[in-house]
Design a protein around this ligand. Structure first.
Ligand SMILES: Cc1cc2nc3c(=O)[nH]c(=O)nc-3n(C[C@H](O)[C@H](O)[C@H](O)COP(=O)(O)OP(=O)(O)OC[C@H]3O[C@@H](n4cnc5c(N)ncnc54)[C@H](O)[C@@H]3O)c2cc1C
Length: 241
């Protein structure tokens, strides 16, 4: 049983299902991967449901360890009142541990989410203390932390000519089945800016490779399945905004 329909829940659900584990994924939203554009998350959810059981629009109200397993108390239009499992994986999001580290005691400023606030050079509010990675970067991605680290290493060594971090067009991928990958602003984010825009979309090609070619956004769902299961080749999509 997996609780949480973000990318970590979806990836690990796919992984365990591929090993033969009977997986049920519980998610309070209507679609998995809700940070993706709606059409990507809808398509992903429909394909994902073919190999993992989904309990969508479902809230968990209690978890009890019992002699013969773990029982979850649920509510939701299509959810049973209780489900039991032998193993529960929580994938409901991550928070920086600035509270445990008590960084505020050092005078380091935090934002409302508990992340360390830095300037464009990744200096904190305390001179000589820098921050990088998940503890400050809302992207919470490994390559984002690595990029931060390169900037901080340079700036610590060369404080007279500091470099700015650049988090525009941050790429991300979901290593699941189907796969999802994107870079740049989503359609939702472009709409929020109030910018005029065009959308292009096409069925994912059987080779399963999305070619971004300088476009601000390119996402594909289903391309991984497309390369291994020909019947589903047309169900993937590439979208450019
Ligand atoms: C299940 C899972 C899957 C993920 N998959 C992906 C993926 O596919 N692609 C991707 O880009 N990102 C992925 N991520 C996110 C990625 O792991 C993080 O964004 C990345 O590790 C952040 O790096 P970091 O150095 O900021 O923090 P971390 O990698 O968390 O490193 C922080 C380190 O600080 C140590 N530490 C903490 N407190 C103390 C203390 N008090 N004293 C000493 N040491 C301490 C910790 O032990 C840890 O070693 C995934 C995360 C999870 C949980």
């Amino acid at each position: 049983m997996i609780l949480g329909g973000g990318y970590i829940g979806a990836e690990l659900g796919h992984f365990f299902a591929a090993l033969g584990t009977e997986v049920t994924l519980i998610h309070r939203g209507a679609q998995l991967l809700e940070r993706e554009d709606a059409e990507i998350s809808q398509r992903f959810t429909a394909l994902y449901a073919q190999h993992c059981a989904l309990l969508l629009r479902t809230q968990v109200h209690g978890v009890q360890q019992q002699a013969d397993g773990i029982t979850l108390t649920l509510s939701g239009a299509h959810a049973p009142a209780q489900v039991s499992t032998d193993t529960l994986l929580l994938a409901t999001g991550r928070l920086p541990n600035t509270d445990l580290l008590d960084v505020a005691r050092a005078g380091i400023a935090l934002n409302a989410q508990g992340r360390i606030i830095t300037n464009a050079y990744y200096e904190t509010s305390v001179p000589g203390i820098w921050a990088l990675g998940d503890i400050t970067n809302p992207h919470q991605l490994k390559h984002a932390a690595n990029a931060d680290a390169r900037v901080v290493a340079y700036n610590v060594a060369y404080p007279q000519t500091p470099r700015r971090g650049n988090a525009t067009a941050m790429p991300h991928a979901v290593f699941s089945s189907p796969q999802v990958a994107s870079v740049g602003l989503s359609e939702r984010e472009v709409q929020a800016q109030g910018w005029p825009y065009l959308v292009g979309r096409q069925a994912a090609p059987p080779a399963g490779r999305a070619a971004c070619g300088g476009l601000p956004r390119c996402a594909s769902a289903g391309s991984g399945l497309a390369s291994s299961r020909g019947a589903e080749a047309t169900r993937g999509v590439e979208k450019a905004v």
